[in-house]
Design a protein around this ligand. Structure first.
Ligand code: HEC
Ligand code: HEC
Ligand code: HEC
Ligand code: HEC
Ligand code: HEC
Ligand code: HEC
Ligand code: HEC
Ligand code: HEC
Length: 409
């Protein structure tokens, strides 16, 4: 090659680059903000089309740990085992993905999740046992006796389709059985494409479902010293620390995940949110769980990373006083309703009389709220949204019972 031809080639090349820059300059940001060609190659052709079709998917994915370590679109979107696949621009992909697609690479997390109450019990709480295979029922009943083998929820059936699909299922499908034999969804906490531990550690992530008057954990946490301090100091924390190396330096204030799941300072990370619990707080009358002692030891190991033993032992003692006293108040309400049934003053059907709503509110809203408030630092929830309401509703129930008995004479 002569000097002149090299010079011409360079000139021509520069012209091309300049032209390309001009074209790029005219293109919208979503396209030019694209990662380079290596990235497109690593993800096959998927991202090339999808930056036009569903730009947010590609951007979310490119911010994820998956993109950093070379997990591709196709790794998740290929059909595994017995999932139906369909032709998508020359590539067979599955369009409905489940926990099974994640379990290919995260079997440990799947196994822990599958034995927690986030799996089969969550779905059975609404729809009962009907949607599960015999093996799935046997596996889940081993960990949670009675939590799968139950009828569909009476209130849900009464309210019907208008409540189910866009209501109950949006929260309880975290444990829905999938047609490929797996259970549940991982993306409720991780999202489909960002898949990050930092997001999963945000209280709002759990608060998507754990909120409202029947399980006000998010509101309680927000009110607690932990929540207030987290709000102020979050910006200085290393929320993305790798789970197996998470320290109290990364996160000196706990979020929901810290207490219920994280492996703080060498503790074991777990996707079984049931492991660290000792009481069935959601039940009308709270009883100790089968693993009561083990549950308390495991949770208190987390408190112990930040607190003196006397602090959390006192705290647990005080919370258990609230459990015992709430049990007594709710039992009085249940006894009153049982007596009215015996006297023939209430029909056997659920939710067709005011008294049945009152007793439901008594335990389902106010009883639970008092107990959850006591265990997670929400004084206002123990008192004004809890005990005060318990007293008020019980008074209303007694008045209504007297009225029913008067009318009967
Ligand atoms: C030739 C362009 C093109 C390629 C290549 C491509 N897609 Fe698509 N994809 C599309 C279009 C167009 C849609 C429809 C978008 C819409 O409905 O607005 C789509 C839809 C999808 C959907 C949603 C399907 C549904 O029915 O819910 C998924 C998932 C998907 N693509 C994944 C992938 C994956 C994974 C790859 C790579 C293996 C890929 N795509 C490659 C163009 C493409
Ligand atoms: C970590 C696994 C994972 C990776 C990696 C992944 N996806 Fe997805 N994607 C999912 C899941 C899960 C869904 C939800 C599927 C369903 O509805 O059953 C989904 C849904 C989609 C949809 C439908 C989105 C909507 O909101 O309508 C498109 C399109 C899509 N993915 C394209 C892609 C493309 C393109 C890539 C690569 C840039 C990619 N995905 C990488 C897991 C993944
Ligand atoms: C998509 C909704 C959803 C999200 C998001 C969610 N949960 Fe849950 N969670 C549920 C449901 C539904 C139950 C009740 C399951 C049952 O007992 O039937 C539950 C139960 C629990 C329980 C009690 C388990 C038991 O054995 O009684 C804990 C603890 C818990 N979740 C913690 C968390 C934490 C921590 C997060 C966030 C990292 C979280 N959840 C995110 C829906 C969700
Ligand atoms: C906003 C999300 C959300 C919606 C909507 C929702 N739930 Fe729940 N549900 C939860 C969470 C979170 C728990 C766990 C409470 C706890 O452990 O303190 C729960 C607990 C339960 C429980 C007690 C746990 C068990 O295994 O028995 C039942 C029963 C239940 N829900 C039924 C329903 C029904 C039926 C509907 C619709 C009529 C419904 N839920 C709607 C989030 C939701
Ligand atoms: C092809 C294998 C593969 C598939 C499929 C896959 N992952 Fe991953 N995932 C990985 C690898 C590899 C890492 C990085 C592990 C590390 O950081 O050492 C990872 C990391 C993660 C992390 C940690 C992210 C962080 O912020 O540190 C989460 C959460 C996660 N995956 C969730 C999922 C979910 C949910 C799905 C299904 C929708 C899924 N993964 C599918 C291989 C996979
Ligand atoms: C209730 C919310 C929730 C659900 C559902 C959930 N995760 Fe996670 N996941 C988390 C949290 C929180 C962390 C971070 C724990 C910590 O703080 O160290 C995490 C961490 C991870 C990690 C990183 C683990 C490590 O040691 O590096 C992977 C991988 C992962 N999850 C995969 C999954 C898979 C697969 C599923 C479904 C079977 C799933 N997750 C379901 C909340 C959830
Ligand atoms: C400081 C630690 C801590 C934090 C932070 C925390 N929890 Fe808890 N949580 C507890 C303790 C302790 C219990 C009661 C344990 C027992 O049964 O022994 C509990 C109970 C629960 C239960 C009750 C299960 C039942 O039996 O009804 C749920 C659900 C729950 N927490 C979810 C959450 C959510 C969601 C958040 C964040 C919004 C959160 N927790 C924040 C410590 C914590
Ligand atoms: C990651 C560290 C961390 C963990 C884990 C943790 N806490 Fe805390 N907690 C704090 C910090 C920081 C404060 C504020 C301390 C201060 O005022 O100096 C606090 C404050 C408290 C307070 C005082 C509330 C007040 O109103 O003054 C109580 C009680 C408490 N925590 C109980 C618990 C219990 C019970 C557990 C375990 C279930 C727990 N904490 C887990 C960091 C933690």
């Amino acid at each position: 090659m002569t000097f002149k031809s090299v010079f011409n080639a360079v000139l021509l090349g520069s012209a091309f680059i300049f032209a390309a820059m001009l074209i790029n300059f005219a293109r919208p940001d979503v396209e030019t903000a694209q990662p380079g060609p290596e990235y497109i190659r690593a993800t096959g052709k998927c991202a090339q089309c999808h930056i036009q079709e569903t730009a947010a998917v590609v951007h979310q994915f490119s911010m994820s740990r998956h993109a950093q370590v070379g997990v591709t679109c196709y790794d998740c979107h290929r059909s595994v085992e017995n999932q139906p696949g369909s032709d998508h621009h020359g590539q067979i992909i599955a369009t409905a993905l489940t926990a099974l697609n994640c379990a290919q690479c995260h079997q440990t997390e799947y196994d822990q999740f599958a034995r927690s109450r986030h799996a089969a019990p969550a779905w059975a709480a609404v729809m009962g046992a009907a949607d599960f295979s015999t093996e799935q029922i046997a596996a889940a009943e081993r960990y949670h006796p009675g939590a799968i083998l139950r009828p569909p929820n009476a209130l849900a059936m009464l309210e019907g389709a208008g409540a189910l699909e866009s209501g109950c299922f949006k929260c309880h499908a975290v444990g829905r059985p999938n047609s490929d034999g797996s259970i549940g969804s991982c993306t409720d906490c991780h999202t489909r494409h960002f898949a990050s531990v930092a997001l999963a550690r945000e209280p709002q992530t759990c608060g998507q479902c754990h909120m409202g008057p029947d399980h006000a954990q998010f509101e309680i946490y927000t009110e607690s010293k932990h929540g207030v301090l987290f709000g102020m100091q979050k910006g200085t924390m290393n929320m993305a620390a790798a789970p197996k190396r998470l320290t109290t330096r990364d996160m000196p204030v706990p979020t929901c995940a810290t207490c219920h799941m994280s492996g703080l300072d060498g503790l074991k990370v777990s996707h079984d949110v049931t492991e660290r619990l000792s009481w069935f707080l959601f039940a009308p009358i709270s009883k100790q769980r089968a693993g009561y002692l083990q549950g308390q030891i495991q949770m208190q190991e987390v408190c112990a990373k930040c607190h003196a033993r006397s602090t959390f032992e006192t705290y647990y003692r005080e919370a258990e006083v609230v459990v015992a006293s709430t049990n007594k108040k709710v039992q009085a309400g249940l006894d009153l309703v049982a007596a009215l049934r015996r006297e023939g003053l209430l029909t056997p059907e659920p939710f067709d009389e005011t008294m049945e709503f009152l007793v439901f509110d008594l335990w389902h809203y106010y009883g639970r709220t008092a107990k959850h408030g006591a265990f997670m630092g929400g004084a206002d929830f123990v008192q004004w949204h809890g005990n005060y309401e318990l007293l008020l509703v019980m008074t209303e129930m007694k008045e209504l019972a007297a009225e029913l008995r008067r009318r009967d004479h």
